[in-house]
Design a protein around this ligand. Structure first.
Ligand code: B12
Ligand code: SF4
Ligand code: SF4
Length: 232
């Protein structure tokens, strides 16, 4: 049977920049209905990976390049998840693919609140890929918040990776909170109703653009820990 090192090699070989494993029990703190076993009762481990998202479109003067970069990152991760699942199946490992974004089931109309079937930020944290910042994004030591996360559930028992120990947010930093034009960030969560009109902005032509990404762009950890860039 394929071992964890071989799985890691396969996932990195498919184009991932980050790889980690979280054991099923690490999700026991997840809210009811959002545990990996609620998706696939046989889950023993969650394989989490991420790709770097090219970042210069954050500084383009209109939102189309960033929107397009984001769309391509989503498509790439979904195709990689598919490819990894096929390759692991050939090696005799059963996996269930998790979408990197849509679709999901949970929706509260009044609050405009959606929830992924599995929170990939939490999965990333539990697999050692980084820590959650006050901007609600997963921040990795090397690649900052410019990562797109993917995951697969498996019934294989794999050695979990250590949880990241570094600090991501300086004690008094609240740049993301103060720069969110919708005041959607609380430091703990995102008020989706406030963020959605900017995160999914519909043009008169009907295109959906990511018109705002200030919480990503203005963060001093956008590109990683100890990588300082002056943002305008
Ligand atoms: C719905 C969604 C949105 C919503 C809500 C955002 C959010 N932060 O929840 C909206 C439309 C607002 C949005 C906006 C954006 N999004 Co979005 N989004 C998602 C999606 C599909 C689901 C997230 C979700 O379920 N949220 C609801 C719950 C989980 O959030 P919560 O209130 O913080 O959770 C509470 C509880 O439910 C509980 N919880 C839930 N599950 C678990 C599990 C465990 C183990 C624990 C302990 C707790 C727990 O913990 C919280 C505290 O009580 C994910 C993909 C995915 N499947 O994860 C991408 C995702 C979060 N988005 C992403 C991105 C990039 C963005 C934007 C930057 C896009 C943009 N505008 O440019 C913004 C950033 C806004 C922000 N600062 O968070 C990336 C983040 C990458 C990263 N580095 O972290 C993700 C992970 C997609 C991906 N695969 O990479 N998004
Ligand atoms: S994407 Fe924009 S509106 Fe949404 S939380 Fe981030 S800064 Fe606020
Ligand atoms: S802007 Fe500051 S508080 Fe917000 S996530 Fe980045 S480092 Fe943390």
């Amino acid at each position: 049977m394929i071992n964890k090192e071989e799985i890691k090699e396969l996932v990195l070989g498919c184009g991932a920049d980050l790889f980690g494993v979280a054991s099923r029990d690490r999700f026991d703190v997840a809210p009811e209905g959002f545990h990996p076993c609620d998706i696939y009762s046989q889950t023993r481990s969650v394989i989490v990976f991420a790709i770097r998202v090219p970042s210069e479109s954050l500084f383009a003067d209109n939102p189309v390049p960033y929107t397009h970069t984001n769309t391509l990152a989503m498509q790439k991760v979904d195709l990689m998840t598919f490819e990894i699942s096929v390759e692991l199946e050939k090696a005799g490992v059963r996996t269930v693919v998790i979408p990197t974004d849509d679709p999901y089931l949970h929706w509260e109309e009044t609050a405009q609140q959606g929830k992924g079937i599995l929170s990939l930020r939490h999965a990333g944290y539990l697999a050692g890929l980084g820590k959650l910042g006050r901007n609600n994004l997963l921040i990795n030591k090397e690649y900052g918040n410019m990562i797109q996360i993917g995951a697969l559930l498996t019934d294989l028992e794999l050695e979990p990776d250590p949880i990241a120990e570094y600090e991501v947010c300086p004690t008094h930093c609240r740049i993301c909170l103060d720069n969110c034009p919708a005041q959607a960030l609380t430091g703990e969560t995102v008020i989706q109703e406030y963020c959605r009109p900017l995160s999914n902005y519909e043009t008169t032509k009907g295109f959906v653009l990511k018109k705002c990404f200030e919480c990503r762009r203005k963060c001093p950890r956008t590109f990683g820990i100890n990588k300082f860039f002056m943002m305008s």
